[in-house]
Design a protein around this ligand. Sequence first.
Ligand code: NG1
Ligand code: ZN
Length: 548
Amino acid sequence: EEQKSVLLKSSSQFPIPPDVKFSYGTSGFRADALLLESTVFRAGILAALRSIKTRSMIGLMMTASHNKISDNGIKIADPSGGMLTQQWEPFADALANAPDSDRLLQLIVEFAEKENIKFDGDFRPEILLGRDTRPSGESLLEAAKQGIHSIVGSVGSDMGVVTTPQLHWMVRARNKGMKGSELEYFEQLSSSFRCLVDLIPGGSKTDSAENKLIVDGAHGVGGEKLDSLMKLLDGLNIEVRNSGKGTGILNEGVGADFVQKEKVVPDNFDSNDIGKRCASLDGDADRLVYFTVPSADSSKIDLVDGDKILSLFALYIKEQLSLLSTTGAEDNSYKPHLGVVQTAYANGASTDYLKGLGLEVALTPTGVKYLHEKAAEYDIGIYFEANGHGTILFSERFLSWLEDKNKELASASEGSQQQKAALRLLAVSKLINQAVGDALSVLLLVEAILQHKGWSIQYWNGLYQDLPSKQIKVIVKDRTAVVTTNAETQVASPQGIQEAINSETAKYPWGRSFIRPSGTEDVIRVYAEASTQDAADSLASSVAKLVD
Ligand code: NG1
Ligand code: ZN
């Protein structure tokens, strides 16, 4: 009928490029921006179908995160603000690769039937669109809108240039009946930050100019958003560099990925910054790492990575939980379950540290969707990838228990240690993005905790010493030949490789090594750690030879 002809007509304007295979990987579709029009158009269709199916608002974010400026990508946000359900990924792949309009239409009809999606017009599908600062974002936005409109009755609302976590937050907020505007996002973050600072024992200390935080914005969207956020904050002294307003190029020699992988100072940082507290956002501001410049002798930095952010958060949350459970043994029927989630890339020293705190540590395969899913199993689940992507999830059950507890304490022992702990945990749950890892909210929580504890970045970094580590990429004919198990820590096939890795690793004190096929690049990644840098390098290169 009408719907079919609309779809055929509009899709014929977006032919797929020859000889490319698209795959909805760990981070949505990602490619050179020039190849992406048809993919983005089709993602618009998919988002509209997902909106009808879930009777909720859906998000479409155009970004290639830390990748180079000529790339772009598209991710779909589900009603909760999290990533698109994994069950729909095969359909996303099939849509993106359909050779022509007829095949595309056929796929949609079949899928709609299977998923019982009805185009009866009694629900108006709505899609929130966001994009990072990449110049290709504007034309891709048009393609996405065309895709959305090709499902009759669907509307797309353009949120403009936003960070990835902002868009996810907005989708989640709107589906919960909030306004979900950018201002509301800024207000929620700044008021919960203020609340944490007000609850610091002995009162909040206004940051002195010397103690300011210097943030590398990766020449992307994050720096500008951080500037807007700071207008609503006082008691926090931040200088933003590489804000995106200057001449630098997005992610080139700057940003969280560069800093974490290369371990050298980003552009516009130098020996004048020795000892200062510095941080780097990635291009779409969903990752954050801290660092310091230790000396003028080299451009090397001391990295404070996602594992250390996780450790700081875990320590703080654990302390608040124990304050909460101290006095009054009458209400110990419910014991909140705190868990932390890491991947095999987490530094071994961080895992030992967390276990030493008595925490339960779970390991998942690489990719935020796996970590997020696992963290959601706990009352409070903290997850981070070493590269600085992560957040803290609070279960609905825990939050409603905490609200009640707080009310009860407010009438029985207003202002007690116990009640303050309840208030802090409530503030953290509002500050930290519940949809997805968010560099801006993570940054505010790190700053609040450092102020609370009166810690310098050096003291924080000294919680434990990272084991020296090394990562290598090996280009192979077929990366899918390597199949892993046990959260990617072991090779299941080809036969014999795991034994060989074991015998190499056994030669090194504190040795640990694993290989896995990348989900975003056509390579096998090799990771090794050992007691010295030379040993880690040598272990990595001997394991790399096993796959070559
Ligand atoms: P792959 O290419 O699958 O290793 C990389 C990162 C992930 C995640 C994704 C998505 C490493 C070792 N891997 O995945 O952590 O961030 O990109 O962007 O950093
Ligand atoms: Zn990112």
